[in-house]
Design a protein around this ligand. Sequence first.
Ligand SMILES: [Zn+2]
Length: 456
Amino acid sequence: MADFGEDSDDSDGESGMGNLNRFIVRPPGHSGKAKKGHLCFDASFETGNLGRVDLVNEYEYDLYIRPDTCSPRFRFWFNFTVDNVKQDQRVIFNIVNINKGRNLFNGQMTPLVKSTTRSKWQRIPKEYVFYHKSFSHHGHYVLSFSFGFDKEDEVFQFAMAPPYSYSRLQTFLSVLESKASHLKENFKRETIANTLQNRKVDQLTVGAANIIGGSKKIRTVAVMARVHPGESPTSFVCQGLLEILVSSNALATILRENVVFRIFPMLNPDGVFVGNYRSNISGLDLNRSWNMATPFSHPTIHAILEMLKSLDNSENEQLDFVIDIHAHSSLNGCFIYGNTYEDVYRYERHILFPKLLSASAIDYAKENTMFNADTLKNGTARRYLCCALSSKVNSYTLEVSFHGYKLKESDFIIPYTEESYKRCGLSLMKAFLEYYHCIGVIPIQPVKEIPTKREK
Ligand SMILES: [Zn+2]
């Protein structure tokens, strides 16, 4: 995410709050066994986040996001379940401590819901959702939504965006390893670092290992995601990119023969695991730490930084791109943040890839694309790596919206789904191929287009 205008640092003394563990809300004075309709809230699971619930009246509940561990000012991601509901029970939930006043809830974005027998995430209709400044909550912005529980024995789950856990990534990568067995030495999965809580940071290498050692340097693309743990959409983008890259698709095959992809799908697995929004387990924003990374405090990004530096100095590989994927909380579409350079030729080279991505991605938002040399962002991967690595390397932030995208010449916002986030990964792959065509690394030859789902 880009900016923090209108942030509230006021955490209402919520630091140290843990996730709710099957917390039953009873009416005042009630004791004994809970009855149906005494809602049971739970966030004690991977990526879960809900810190506190207060009963306002028979129908209304105030819900508090659990602030990031050791960093109480970050409160945006939520993900919790509700059960023990009564048939046709109607409620109003107020999420009362979001730290960012200005975000996509001001527009058309609404929370997601699913339940035991309806496992696909659905957005709560906008007419039931209100994002407003509430005088009964000290003037804070409050996200209120009404909801009717239509099935008594279901567990209902509410989330800010479709969750994507560390375990889900591990399962996906295991499946990917077996799908990629046909690539033999052109696919490798390694652990590049372990986190402070001893989780693995995976590195996937896809591509032309067989031509390393040839007369020309092999071109290399590095892609990373999920340094901000609450930005779950980035995991779907990364999964989409990995799936197409290891497939037998004709375009992917050409790319693999000419380019090496080094993909780091989850830079902050501890933060993802505990349900943080922006911080690692010790409260650090890793995307403000690239310029001060140490093996002790930032083992994951430090290891990746060392790897990128060694690629940049390699005799066999030429590092062309570092792309860090983020999810944006106040803008729609997918778009790129890049850098400005005094060297006009470097700048011209730098703006080529965003142009190619805008041509390959139907959800690309040109109006949100930006190039700058903002010193406030010196600790981000985009800003730090454009100075720490050689001038050949292009480092970008790729943003995808938490909400949706507009098709060209339309003002209607189409909400993203897990599938359309994955399609961003496919668009990325097409833009890389186009780039290497443009600079003459891959000769242009007629290939069969990727079939759309309908054509299959
Ligand atoms: Zn981010």
